[in-house]
Ligand binder design. Structure first.
Ligand SMILES: [Zn+2]
Length: 84
């Protein structure tokens, strides 16, 4: 005697749910004829945008992080030049 399989669990169509749409289009701003894009990931390349926090940029794909406050001031650069 062969047992009946799947007699209790229903097979077939699942209730369709719409997937959340990509928010990538929000990273593009069209100003007249110019298109400006947000910062993209230097590792992943254009197409993968960086998440923007208050003091840093972060890539959700490769976990690349860029800190906004890391930009050297002119005075700091001059000091480093003197050392050498
Ligand atoms: Zn990345």
């Amino acid at each position: 005697m062969a047992k009946k399989k799947g007699s209790k669990t229903k097979k077939g169509k699942k209730p369709h749910k719409n997937k959340p749409t990509s928010k990538k289009y929000t990273k593009y701003k069209i100003d007249g004829e110019k298109i400006t894009r947000s910062r993209f990931c230097p590792r992943c390349g254009p197409g993968v945008f960086l998440m923007e926090a208050k003091d840093r940029l972060y890539c959700g794909k490769c976990h690349y992080a860029e800190f906004k406050g890391k930009v050297k001031k002119e005075e700091e650069v001059k000091k480093e030049e003197k050392k050498e």
